[in-house]
Design a protein around this ligand. Structure first.
Ligand code: G
Ligand code: G
Ligand code: MN
Ligand code: NA
Length: 257
């Protein structure tokens, strides 16, 4: 409840929230194709709090729509200011789906920022998605009709991965980093990565290997046929240039909890 109150305050006053970005790279050309926005929160007493902790709080308290709108606006504004035409990817909680509001919220953010719909991509986490939720699918279809790309995040971690692909035409499949990391020791996991890359090719869907931390990971996912890569080897999540001085100052502070 206390965290919820502080989060509400952060959202209404627009303070303490940051959107970091991590690059997603074409494995053949080495070019950046997208930057994924990853939310960060600096709590005035507790310091940095992970989205793993506060996104569920937002989901359970009904703040997720407000948080989602903040992220969409920030991402579109930032992308409109970049000096390249790289896309921006935004994580959308499954809790933002099924209400009939997502496409409108996205369009509003695009218009405010003056950003083309083709520059925006949304990522839906597979483990939170139900393949037969008609209202959610309808929202995803409206988003795609705007010309915004839709990616299936953490692919392979849900209970019905293939059913998701049957229910909706995703533009991108993001292979969960755990498969990539296990593939080094385990040929069966390497085989799974390879089969998912093939699946993407046959469906005409871009596959991204997540969690690429080492050259060995990169060599492996290239050999298995993944189109794009994301992970610490290619670049860590980092604040946008506007936020760099403030984030550096916050990181120098000694936090008293
Ligand atoms: O950046 P990090 O690895 O700490 O993210 C942890 C989790 O939080 C991931 O599952 C990620 O998708 C999620 N997350 C990060 N930013 C956002 C966001 O802006 N919105 C939502 N809904 N989830 C996010
Ligand atoms: O659920 P989603 O895929 O959106 O979450 C991405 C999360 O993974 C972010 O919190 C990000 O900080 C984290 N991440 C990004 N690259 C790597 C990596 O190479 N290794 C690990 N372990 N985590 C990563
Ligand atoms: Mn993601
Ligand atoms: Na992911």
């Amino acid at each position: 409840v206390r965290l919820e109150g502080k989060l509400r305050e952060a959202l209404t006053e627009g303070k303490g929230l940051f959107l970091f970005y991590q690059s997603i790279t074409d494995i053949e050309t080495g070019r950046i194709t997208a930057r994924e926005g990853l939310i960060r929160w600096y709590h005035e007493r507790r310091g940095w709090i992970s989205p793993v902790e506060f996104v569920p709080v937002a989901e359970e308290s009904g703040l997720i729509d407000e948080l989602g709108i903040w992220v969409l606006n920030r991402a579109c504004q930032d992308a409109a200011g970049w000096d390249d035409d790289v896309r921006v990817a935004v994580n959308v909680s499954a809790k933002q789906l099924g209400k009939g509001t997502l496409a409108t919220n996205i369009l509003t953010a695009l218009v405010r920022a003056g950003l083309e719909p083709s520059r925006l991509e949304i990522e839906i986490t597979e483990s939170a998605l139900l393949a037969d939720e008609l209202d959610c699918l309808a929202d995803l279809r409206r988003v795609r009709d705007l010309g915004v790309r839709v990616a299936l995040d953490d692919f392979g971690t849900g209970f019905s991965s293939l059913a998701h692909l049957r229910s909706f035409h995703f533009d991108k499949i993001k292979i969960d980093g755990s498969f990539v990391q296990d593939a080094i020791q385990r040929p069966d996991c390497a085989a799974i990565v390879g089969v998912l890359a093939d699946l993407g090719k046959r469906l005409g869907v871009t596959t991204v290997a997540e969690g690429v931390e080492t050259q060995a990971h990169l060599d492996l996912v290239r050999a298995e046929g993944c189109r794009e890569v994301q992970g610490y080897l290619l670049g860590r999540p980092a604040p946008s240039s506007r936020d760099v001085p403030l984030v550096a100052a916050l990181n120098r502070l000694q936090i008293q909890v």
